[in-house]
Design a protein around this ligand. Structure first.
Ligand code: AMP
Ligand code: GLY
Length: 422
């Protein structure tokens, strides 16, 4: 079988790696890819990363399964374009991807079908937002409606901060058009967990839980990023809680979408807060999480290709239960100095060759590129260094020891990944 993965991050490197291990898979392509993916997948040269051009490629190559990483392609309707041409693709349609591409859509759906989430109100003008924020008080959360690459959410500690965030978002100054409508949301207290589930239109199968570390600073401080590290499994999520999440959130969301005429296929990613009154939805994503995927897939013992193909073909219910490596996996992201703000590119990365042969280490490339035969930095999140171990403590030690081998100018990483599990 021929597989095509769309994307260029650590998530896509982990997907390409795992898919390449399937006995069903003969060849893998990835676009745009990165310097690490280049070692295992072929990278085509295409004129632009547009759904119709990617579909042309898949058709010409005779690709059997396309797997989409990033949300922007899904929000643009890449799945509709591929399906329209009879191509098999893993991901939700444009209508289903609204769960991520419009927070207002997601909140309205949860409200209508009583899926537990934070109380909220929607605003398009500052004066109404201001009087609501002043009435409700802080802490309070301001969210842009549309896709904002992780920069659309402000958790405001004070009313002043909330007002500033609402103004900057609504004016378009903060995240452009994505912020012309905002959700103002109740602040939820607790520990966050990411639950990803494979969906085939009517059935969903949860993957092992993981926990991301969203902020740039240690102790969960500073601005939000795409994610600075993750671990799986999550000791705070036992099997009773997994069942509660399935019964009160995952299954009802799929049923709600179906009632609205939307069949959801692909990954449904529920970002949850474990509050004193049970798990509540912070956000939905319509794709694999990053870095979550980098800690989930190294633990997956079942055949990923088979799982993804079965999702596309509505056959998840007929598969045997997913098998997991009992070990824990911890991923630490090595980022460029300055991220999530501006950062330099093109800096040589040293030490990668030392890690190639370690059994309990996985190195996933994100923002890397090849320049004159040398692997250099090419993004904010550069590498995901993952360690496997008997528990989170041991896995984390593996990851940090491996990270010690790697260097590039200005390398930054959090030193406390996994702290909640220790
Ligand atoms: P989102 O993009 O909606 O996941 O928000 C980004 C991050 O902001 C989340 O991962 C949380 O850390 C935080 N956040 C979002 N909504 C809330 C909320 N209602 N209460 C507390 N923290 C939140
Ligand atoms: N790690 C958060 C995300 O993938 O959105």
């Amino acid at each position: 079988m021929k597989v095509f993965v769309v994307g260029s991050g650590g998530r896509e490197h982990a997907l390409v790696q795992k898919l390449s291990e399937s006995p069903e898979v003969d060849s893998i392509w990835c676009y745009p890819g990165n310097a690490g993916i280049r070692g295992i997948a072929q990278i085509p040269s295409l004129v632009a990363p547009e759904p119709s051009i990617l579909a042309d490629f898949a058709e010409a190559q005779g690709i059997d399964l396309t797997v989409v990483g990033p949300e922007n392609f899904l929000a643009q309707g890449i799945v509709d374009v591929f399906r329209g041409r009879g191509l098999t693709i893993f991901g939700p349609t444009k209508a289903a991807a609204q769960l991520e591409s419009s927070k207002i859509f997601a909140k309205a759906l949860m409200e209508k079908y009583q899926i537990p989430t934070a109380n909220h109100s929607v605003f398009t003008d500052y004066a109404s937002a201001k009087s609501y924020i002043e009435r409700v008080g802080a802490p309070i959360v301001i969210k842009a409606d549309g896709l904002a690459a992780g920069k659309g959410v402000i958790v405001a500690e004070t009313v002043e901060e909330a007002l500033e965030a609402a103004k900057a978002t609504l004016s378009g100054q903060m995240v452009g058009e994505a912020g012309r409508r905002i959700v103002v949301e109740e602040f939820l207290k607790g520990q966050e967990v990411s639950i990803l589930a494979l969906c085939d239109g009517s059935v969903c199968v949860p993957l092992s839980p993981s926990q991301d570390h969203k902020t740039i600073g240690e102790g969960d401080t500073g601005p939000n990023t795409g994610g600075m590290g993750a671990y799986s499994p999550v000791p705070a999520v036992d099997s009773a809680l997994e069942k509660e999440i399935y019964d009160t959130i995952l299954s009802p969301v799929l049923a709600a979408l179906q009632a609205e005429g939307i069949k959801y296929t692909g990954v449904l990613y529920a970002g949850l807060m474990l509050t004193e009154s049970g798990p509540k939805v912070i956000e939905f994503n319509c794709r694999f999480g990053d870095p979550e995927t980098q800690v989930i897939l190294p633990r997956l013992k079942s055949d990923l290709f088979e799982l993804l193909l079965a999702s596309c073909q509505g056959r998840l219910a007929s598969l045997t239960p997913i098998e997991w490596d009992a070990r824990a996996c911890v991923c630490v992201i090595a980022a460029s100095k300055g991220y999530p703000g501006a950062y330099p590119r093109g800096l040589p990365i040293r030490g990668l060759e030392n890690l190639g042969k370690c059994n309990d280490i996985r190195v996933f490339h994100a923002g890397t590129a090849l320049s004159s035969g040398q692997i250099v930095t090419a993004g904010g999140r550069v590498l995901g260094i993952c360690g496997l171990g008997r528990d989170v403590g041991e896995a984390r030690e593996q990851a940090y020891t491996a990270l010690g081998e790697i260097d590039f100018q200005g390398i930054y990483y959090r030193r406390d990944i996994g702290w909640r599990a220790l």
